[in-house]
Design a protein around this ligand. Sequence first.
Ligand code: PGA
Length: 251
Amino acid sequence: MLPILLAANWKMQGNEKLLHDFATYFTHTPPPEHIEVVLCVPFVYLPLAQKLFKQTTIRWGAQDVSPYQPGAYTGQISAQMLSEFVCRYVIIGHSERRALCGESDNLIAEKFKRLHELKLLPILCIGETQEQRAKGETDTVIHAQLSSIIEQVGIDAFHQAVIAYEPIWAIGTGNAAKPEDVEVVHNQIYHYLAQQNEAVAETVRVIYGGSMNENNVRSLITLPSVAGGLVGGASLKLDSFSEMIIQTNRV
Ligand code: PGA
């Protein structure tokens, strides 16, 4: 069975001290083997993360990657660079980037390709807005977000990929989606991937994101279709994040 993935998405938050605090804690309290912990920190903290965690089982990753091959792209970070810092996972397609930076499914597919070329694993975020949900369009939205990427990169590139179902209305609100609703969408995602290629679908982990914290993690992680979580706010507090690992281990 694939390990449960708990990925921290620090977004544009956190600092060196927090990273040191996490390192001190995890050096003394490694997570159990069946729980894989990943810290997706801002780019500038990747060298420090590598230094602090290389002797531990904690992995580190990035929150974005350039869709381009290395070249004259001021301000961008290539997959090669992330690979040099031994990132294993890279978040792409986060709703904040889709909304604030106007990222399209086509652009996200290019990013997916760049990661795949270097054997970096994407944490591909998908999810619907409140309005789309109210109109009953969740399934259509998820399907469209996945299918345009599958068309451009091919289903085989999804081998060992991570898909984070993040309903946009649940992100940063303190109100996570209801477990029964999460179960429905996760099953749709698995089903859709399995229709394309069952063997590949079996290697994919679908994780949930959106106000996941130490109080609700158990109710979500116990669902058969939930392979982990992408955690924003609660991952910036060591107490909360470490408690999430403890709660997950009790499942
Ligand atoms: P949140 O963020 O846990 O603060 O809701 C999750 C995310 O945006 O990845």
